[in-house]
Design a protein around this ligand. Structure first.
Ligand SMILES: CC(C)(COP(=O)(O)OP(=O)(O)OC[C@H]1O[C@@H](n2cnc3c(N)ncnc32)[C@H](O)[C@@H]1OP(=O)(O)O)[C@@H](O)C(=O)NCCC(=O)NCCS
Length: 138
C-alpha cells in the first residue's frame, strides 16, 4: 500500500467517493456536491500550500486522506466504498501521519468505525464541540 499526491486526473474518483451516501452522512458538510463545484474545489485545493490530498492505493485506489494545515493539521479520510469494512483506514492514517504532527480530526459521534480507525492510528479523544468529537495525535 502506498500514498501518492492526488492530481486533477483523480477528479472523478474523488467526486464519486465524496458523493457516496455513507460518506455524505459522515461528513462535516453533508450536502451533495455538483461536478463543477467539485472541479473548482479540487483545482484550488491542488494549488493550495495549506492542503494536501493523498490517494491510498494497493494496485487499486483504496481511498483518500486530506491534510489541512492550520495551527494543527486536520486529517480526514474517505475509503472507496468497496474498500470499507476490512480495517484498511488505520494503516492508511498511520502512514499519512507518520513522524509528523500534531494532528487533529473531527468525527461524528455515531461513526464508530472511524473512531476506532483513528484511535488505532494514535489519535485520542479530546473534547466534543458543535456536534463533533475531536481527536488529537500529538
Ligand atoms: C470510516 C472509514 C474510514 C472506516 O474505514 P475501515 O477501515 O473500512 O473501517 P472498518 O469497517 O474496518 O472498521 C474499523 C474498526 O471499527 C470497528 N467497527 C466498525 N463498525 C463499528 C461499529 N458500528 N461499532 C463498533 N465498532 C465498529 C471494526 O470492527 C474495526 O475494528 P478493528 O480494526 O478493531 O477490527 C470508512 O468506513 C469510510 O470511508 N467511511 C465513509 C467516510 C467516513 O466516514 N470518513 C470518516 C469521517 S471522520
Amino acid at each position: 500500500m502506498r500514498l501518492r499526491p492526488a492530481t486533477i486526473e483523480d477528479a472523478r474518483l474523488l467526486f464519486d467517493w465524496r458523493n457516496d451516501p455513507v460518506t455524505r452522512a459522515m461528513s462535516v458538510r453533508r450536502d451533495p456536491v455538483a461536478w463543477e463545484d467539485h472541479l473548482a474545489w479540487l483545482e484550488a485545493s491542488l494549488g493550495s500550500p495549506l492542503r494536501r490530498i493523498l490517494i491510498a492505493e494497493d494496485g487499486v485506489p483504496l481511498g483518500t486522506v486530506r491534510l489541512d494545515r492550520d495551527i494543527r493539521t486536520e486529517v480526514s479520510i474517505t475509503l472507496a466504498p468497496a474498500a470499507r469494512g476490512h480495517g484498511r483506514a488505520a494503516p492508511i492514517l498511520r502512514l499519512a501521519t507518520e513522524g509528523r504532527g500534531p494532528f487533529v480530526a473531527r468525527i461524528r459521534p455515531d461513526n464508530a468505525a472511524s473512531r476506532r480507525a483513528f484511535e488505532a492510528a494514535g489519535f485520542a479523544f479530546t473534547h466534543h464541540a458543535d456536534g463533533m468529537d475531536w481527536f488529537l495525535k500529538p
